[in-house]
Design a protein around this ligand. Sequence first.
Ligand code: PEP
Ligand code: MG
Length: 887
Amino acid sequence: MPAASSTWVFPFDAAEASPELLGGKGSGLVSMTRAGFPVPPGFVISTAGCRAFYDGDRNLPPGLWDETLEAITGLEKAAGKTLGAGPIPLLLSVRSGALVSMPGMMDTLLNLGLNASSVEALSEVSGNPEFAWASYRRFVQMFGEIVFDVPAERLQSAVNSAERRGLVTASDEQELLARLERIILGYARRPIPEDPREQLQLAIAAVFDSWMSRRAVDYRRINGISSDLGTAVTVQAMVFGNSGEHSGTGVAFTRDPTSGENSMFGEFLPNAQGEDVVAGIRTPLTLDHLAQRMPDIYRQLTDMAGRLEAEYRDMQDIEFTVENGKLWMLQTRTGKRTARAAVRIAVELVNEGVITQHESILRVTPNRLDELLHPVVQAADTDIIIATGLPASPGGASGMVVFDADEAEELAAAGESVVLVRRETSPDDFHGMAAAQAIVTARGGVTSHAAVVARGMGKSCVVGCEMIEIDYAQQLLTAGQEVVSKGDRITVDGNTGTIYLGAVTTVEPQLDESYATLMSWVDETRTLAVRANADTPDDAAAAVRMGAEGIGLCRTEHMFLGADRTEAMRRMIMAPNAVFRREALAELEPLQTRDFEGIFAAMDGHPVTIRLLDPPLHEFLPRHEDTVVRIVNLKLKLRQSADLDDINRILSEINALEDVLQRIERLQEANPMLGHRGCRLGIVYPEITEMQARAIFTAAVRSAEKGIRVFPEVMIPLVAFMNEYDSQAEIVRNVAESVFAEHGMSVDYLLGTMIELPRAALTANEIARSAEFFSFGTNDLTQSTAGLSRDDSGRFLPGYIQRGIIDSDPFRTLDLAGVGQLVRMGVDRGRATRADLKVGVCGEHGGDAESIAFFQDVGLDYVSCSTFRVPVARLAAAWAALGIRPD
Ligand code: PEP
Ligand code: MG
C-alpha cells in the first residue's frame, strides 16, 4: 500500500477526507472507510492528478502510474482477490467524481479486470456463467465507447438486435461479445487489451479526458462551475449482489423520508444487482423481508444506520449490497425527504443530542414550509398540463371551471368546488374569489389584484397564464390544443404555476408537534419581527394563528369589498359634492369602525398598521365595457316594452347607469397607478381621510375601554412630497384629538408613511421629520423604480428570466442592486433625522426568504407579508439572524 507520502493516489483507508482533493464521491468513501463502515476497498486518484494530466498535454504525470500499481497490490490483498485471474478475480469500478456533483456528465467504467481468463474464473466462482459473460460483454461495450470512442449507438444497436433475438444463455452473450469486439476493432484498429493493468491505465486517462467532454464543459458553463477543479478518479473493488441466495442489494433510509419517523425504511432485492432495482424489472421487497431472510444482515444494517447518523449527523440514504452473506456499503448521502419529515427529523435530532437548535433551523429551507401549510399537488407523468403561469399563491386545488364570480358563488353555495378563471380580476370579482377553491388569471403579475387577494385568503392562485385564451361568451378557455369548457374540472398548482386537466391528486397539509417546536426555536433565534398583511378580523385571527406579531398592512380598501360595501363606496364616489360625499361616507364609517374593533380584538397587545385609502377610485366602479353593454341591453328592452311602469323603471335605470358611465369616464386615467391614488385622494377629498381616521380612533378607544391593548399605527400611502404627508397628518391628528376628547380617553398611536416612490426614499430625511415610522411598499417601489407595471409585466418578465436578462421576478425577490439601494438609502436617511424611526416592509417581498436576508442587513425592525406566508418569513428571519442566505 502506498505510503502516506503518496502524491497522486490515496487508498480509502489511508487518506484524509477532502472533497477538493478527492472529489465528493472519493472523499465520501474515504470518510466512510475511516469511520469503520464496511466499504469495498479502493483508492482515489486525486483532482491534482487530473490537473497535472492537462498540464502535461493529456499524459499521466510522472509517478501516478507507479502509485496506482502499488495501490492495486494493496487492493488485491485487502479484497482477497486477484486482478485479471482466478481463483477469485478482482473486478474494479472506475468512476469520475469532482468537488461538485455533475451527475451523468463524465464517464464511469464497470467490471474492469475481465479478460478471456478471468471471465472463466468468475463463471466458476459465481457458478453463474451467464452472469460472468454478461459482465464481460458489458465491460467490453463500455470500454469500446469510453476509451476507444466507438460511437455508442453503433455498439448499442448490436446489443439491441441481440436482445431482440433473445439474450439468455452464456453462449448468446459470447456471440454478442464477439460481435462487439469486431465493431471495436473496426473503429479503433486495436483490440481491448487483455492485461487488466493496461485496461486500467487507459481507463484512468479516459475518465480524465471526460472532464473536458463537450457535455461536461457545457454543464460547468451553465452551472458556473470552474473548469480548473478537475475530476478525481475512484477505483474500487466491485461486489456482486447477484452471487446467489445469500446475496442481494438494496437501499435504506435511516428514517422514514415521508413522515420523518425514526424507523429505517427501504427496499431489498435478493440475488440482484443495484441496476435491477433502478430498472424496475423486479419489484423490490420491503426491509421486513430482509429481516426474515437474513436476520443477521438486517441487524448489522440497523446498527450501521445508527452509526451513520451519529457520524454524518443527519438522516442518510444508503446503498448496500450483500455478497455471499457479507454486508457492504456502497454509498451514503443525506437523504431527500418531504417537508414534514424535514421538520420532524430536525427536531428529533436536537432532542437526541445530535445537532443544535440552530442547526435544526438550517435543516429546513424557508420555502419548503409552503409544502406544510398548503395542499400539495402530486401529479403523475400521465396528468395533462394545460398551461403554466406565474405561481402567485401556493397550494393545490381542483374544481369546476367557471368564468363568472356570481356563478362561482352560486355553485360553491351548492357545495361544488370551483376554480374561477378570469382574464384578470377586479374588486367586482371578490365574492367569486372568496367562494372559489382556486383562481386563475390570464394576465397580471405576482402583485396583481388577484395575486394579492388570493394570497391574503390563502387560496391557490396562478396568474399571468398568457397562453390561455378566454372566451366569456362561449364560456370556454383554450390553451394550445386543449379546450376547457365551463363545468370541466381542472387542478391548479399554485406552488409551480401549473394548470392540469381534471382532478389531480392533492395531499393535505399536516402540522404536528415537531412543527410547533421548531417554530418556537425559530422565534427565539430571529431578531426581525414578523407581521401580517391582514384586512379583516378573520384575517387578523388567522394571522395570529400563523404566528404574526402584529399587522404591518391593513389595506382599508379591502374592507369595501363585498356587494353591500361596494354599493356604499360607489355612492360615495358618485356623490356630486362634499355634502353628499360625507353622507355616503357616514354609511361606511360604522362598517369600518366595526372592522377595526374586530381587528384590534384579534390583535390584542400587538401593533396594527392601518393604511388610509390607496387605490384609484375607478377600481370601485363597474367596468366601462360592462356598463356600456348593460345600457345597450336596457335600451333594447325599452324598445320592446309597452308597459308604462316598466318603461319608467327602465328609463331610470338607464339614467343611473349613464351617470355611472360618465363618472367612470371622468375617472379614467392613462396611467392609473401613477395617477390619482394614495394620499392624493385624501388631499382632494379630505373627508375620506377624516372618516377613516374617525373610524380608527373610535374603534381604538372603544377597544381600549374593553381592556384590549391597542397600538394603532396610521399609515399614509404613496407620499412623494413631505407636504403631502404633513397635510394628511394634520387631518389625522385633529380627528384623533376630537375623538379622544369625545370619549374622555386617549390611546397612544403612531403616524407614519409608506415609502413606495423613489422620491420618498430620496427625501426620507425630510419626511422623517414628521413621520414616526416608515413601511417600505416595495411593490410600488419596484414598479416605480424599474418602470415595470406590476399588473402587466407578467406578459414578458418570464421571457426576460428565460433569456437571462434578469435573474428573477423583481416583484417576488427584491431587486437588490436597484430597489435595494433605495431601501437602504431610505432607512439611513430616515434614521439620520429620527434615530428611533421604526422601519418595516409590507410589500410582497416581506415574505420572500432571499429579500428577508437583505432586510435584516439594512436594519429593518420588521417584515410584513400575507398571512399564510408568515411561517416562511419567521423561518427566513431566523436564517437571516444566523447569517445564512437561502439559495
Ligand atoms: C406596496 O406597494 O408595496 C404595497 C404594500 O402596497 P399595495 O400593494 O397595496 O400597493
Ligand atoms: Mg403600494
